[in-house]
Design a protein around this ligand. Sequence first.
Ligand SMILES: NC(=O)c1ccc[n+]([C@@H]2O[C@H](COP(=O)([O-])OP(=O)(O)OC[C@H]3O[C@@H](n4cnc5c(N)ncnc54)[C@H](O)[C@@H]3O)[C@@H](O)[C@H]2O)c1
Length: 417
Amino acid sequence: MNNLSRNKECKTQIFIPKVQLGYKMEATSATTFSIGSTASFGPKMNLNPQSKAWGVRFNPQNSLKSFSGLKTATGSSLLGKAQKQNQTSGKTFRPQASYKVAILGAAGGIGQPLALLIKMSPLVSALHLYDIANVKGVAADLSHCNTPSQTLDFTGASELGSCLKGVDVVVIPAGVPRKPGMTRDDLFNINANIVKNLVEAVADNCPDAFIHIISNPVNSTVPIAAEVLKKKGVYDPKKLFGVTTLDVVRANTFVAQKKNLRIIDVDVPVIGGHAGITILPLLSKTKPSVSFTDEEIQQLTVRIQNAGTEVVEAKAGAGSATLSMAYAAARFVESSLRALDGDSDVYECCFVESEITDLPFFASRVKLGKKGVEAVISSDLQGLSEYEQKALEALKPELKASIDKGIEFANKQTAAA
Ligand SMILES: NC(=O)c1ccc[n+]([C@@H]2O[C@H](COP(=O)([O-])OP(=O)(O)OC[C@H]3O[C@@H](n4cnc5c(N)ncnc54)[C@H](O)[C@@H]3O)[C@@H](O)[C@H]2O)c1
């Protein structure tokens, strides 16, 4: 297979033969990898935008130079700012782009593997790790990885501002996870305060950053974050995201398994919210097109909705999903960085302020751009199956209650202050 045909098939998973490198590759060269979804380019994509399967591509650091001038199958420039930087970078050890990412809650079950995945991204120049405990060791450990980004640790409220200054993307997995028998809503009392305090600091120090909220219950913590940002006068609804990527990752995995499909090809939009029945996989919109029996739809939908509980029970008290969540969160970070970097073909499902239903926040596919959400893909809600239409109506009261609970919490805090 030549390079061009491989590009067409694998989208951004570009294969570069070592002979193109222009200089000898050292056996010990740094390894980075592209953790973005495998976006496709061109007219087909524009007619039918979809969040794509996520491809991991390990990439010797020395091959960065060879990205210069590389075009996609349809001629669009692949790496934007990244590409320009590397045209001048020569053999120096630099990232392909210079975005700064902060993780708040970086020493936790999600934070640590997420930090590792982001440390491997060639789009990141600085990784700021913040936690109230144990973050020094995590940062020291990660800093020995010979990937381009610099790792810095911050701990305690007094260092939070420095952690956030100049950051492009802030990811928040701080808080407590579920134990068996708990719902995500049971976490509300602890995590609501944590998210509120952290987002206040984000508003004060990097109000233009993309904010990715992972801490549960996402259906409430995102509205809390929105209220905090509004009070601070810096709310940009296009840049506040509840991370629901794990629901898509799970849906893609389970559907590929059930239908014996190539996993990289499968894309199932998941809409609604991020808890129980508010998670609604749109199996009728699965790409590639595939048919399901009623029984399969019921079984897959329930499994996707309860997949978090599957992990909580298997871990038997030791927490909730961390590794798959880190993978999903890293995908969402990478997609955000690619959008910031000028890639005009980035789609992800996420929980955002939205007008596509009568609810103020809703998870759906969005097009990401340099300024955040460029478009909410409302067409996903057209032509739903009867099962999906009913499930959509059924989820609305619960999702509305969770959103209202978050807004009410934020307003009470302000009134008490
Ligand atoms: N969005 C999703 O799909 C999804 C999936 C899984 C888990 N989660 C949620 O992610 C959160 C974290 O899960 P985890 O398994 O990593 O938990 P964890 O307990 O392993 O880690 C949480 C980390 O947050 C830190 N922390 C607590 N308060 C903090 C504060 N004020 N500032 C900074 N850091 C603080 C803790 O010290 C800890 O290191 C939970 O709320 C969990 O429910 C979300």
